[in-house]
Design a protein around this ligand. Sequence first.
Ligand SMILES: Nc1nc2c(ncn2[C@@H]2O[C@H](COP(=O)(O)OP(=O)(O)O)[C@@H](O)[C@H]2O)c(=O)[nH]1
Ligand SMILES: [Mg+2]
Length: 480
Amino acid sequence: MDPDPVLASSGSTICALCSAGGRASRGVIRVSGPLSGELLERTTCGTQGAAQEGLKPQSRGVFEGQFNDGLGTCPVLVIWMPGPGSYTREDVVEFHLPGNPHLMQAALQRLLKLGARSAEPGEFTRRAFENGALDLTRAEGVLALIESANEEQRRAASALLLGGLGRRMAGLRECLDDLRSLLEASLDFDQNDTGHVPEEELEALFQRALEKLHAATHWESARDAGPDLQRVVLAGAPNAGKSSLYNALMSCAPDPMPALVDPLAGSTRDVRRGELSLGRGRVTLIDTAGVGPLQNPGEAALSGTLDGRAQERAREEVQAADLVLWVLDGGAEVPAHLDPPGLLVWNQIDRAGVSQEPPEGLIRGARGWCAVSAQEGQGLESLRKVVSGLLGFAPPASGAGPQSSEGGSLGRQLRARHLDALRSARQALAEAHQLKAQAAPLDLVAEALRGVSREFDAIEGSSTSEDLLDRIFSRFCLGK
Ligand SMILES: Nc1nc2c(ncn2[C@@H]2O[C@H](COP(=O)(O)OP(=O)(O)O)[C@@H](O)[C@H]2O)c(=O)[nH]1
Ligand SMILES: [Mg+2]
């Protein structure tokens, strides 16, 4: 891959909150793109004496100052990482501010006003990928790390990030390059004058490449690629009707112990999961505790309480979801936006006075919407269809026999794709080896080796379809 850093940045400067929402000791806003330096200078001033001028670092480093959001100032710690020595290879600045949600919003608004735009989920990592700072196998490692739900998964993700298949591919490339350059050099000799072709050296290189390819395939097939099925998570404010929806959707596969439903907020404390069939696919459906606005936002030490722990768990499930269904009570106050973007499920439309459609502003930030009544069953069929569509399941063929199920988790799909490419690479390499053994013209052997390179490109992402890249990077959360 030969990246073009200028092309990939497409000129825009992006910004996003990259710390968790809510109150914390610190909140972090990340900015990447050509305007980073200017935005830094225009939003800050130094702390020293009369230094009212904006921060303008001469080199990479950490700087203290004041951040001005247009209304007032607050202390800021700035990390300045000029390109190409940054994560995205563009100029990057991070603002570490006091972790107050209102303050973070004001700071973001200020940056948007000055010319930045909001980053899409995963856009920082996508830029890193497009600018050649990391290949796709490592981008997958970052994703797996963010999504890891326990220590075992975290280790597997680190292995993927710190090399994994990527490191093995680099070794393979090197071996293949040696093989090809030796072949090209040999091409210059007379074909019949075999004395000049370094037969033994070529044979040794072929053997080494085959062994390395075998080892890479073995590593990839043995690694933990995450859960078996895609995860669909029901999330939203307490009492929106998540558990009712869980029961309604699962009702085809009678659950001996349906989720508890109660008018009292906070009735779901644990995460419930069950297997749900959708068209030709199967998913794990997950019901969580409400993660809407806190009952008591002033309660600082919420994280220690039972509610706090339940919400923490719910957030983890949302982060690791393949698709989030944001369940909203159509009759209650709605949030300003949905993060991460998911399917908007407008519930309780059976109730008198409840609008049949969610507000326009919310729809814009969602991946689609459905109006339903979990209690009365309205709209559930169309909800199932929309979810199937978003997860890429084909509709069931009419009169189909036993259903073959589709749609393992993204991690598993990517592994299957890698194994496919490794298998084809092995075939192409074996073919080249055989041609060589049959004393075929060396340019035919070289051509067969190019087929091996093409498979490697597919694994590292330089020939990966936009669609798949979109799917991978949209799984990253905002700010990553
Ligand atoms: N009328 C009506 N009530 C609903 C609907 N969905 C849920 N509820 C009621 O809302 C309350 C909270 O529901 P629950 O499923 O426990 O919400 P959760 O906290 O989001 O899991 C319960 O009293 C439900 O019976 C609906 O579609 N229509
Ligand atoms: Mg519940």
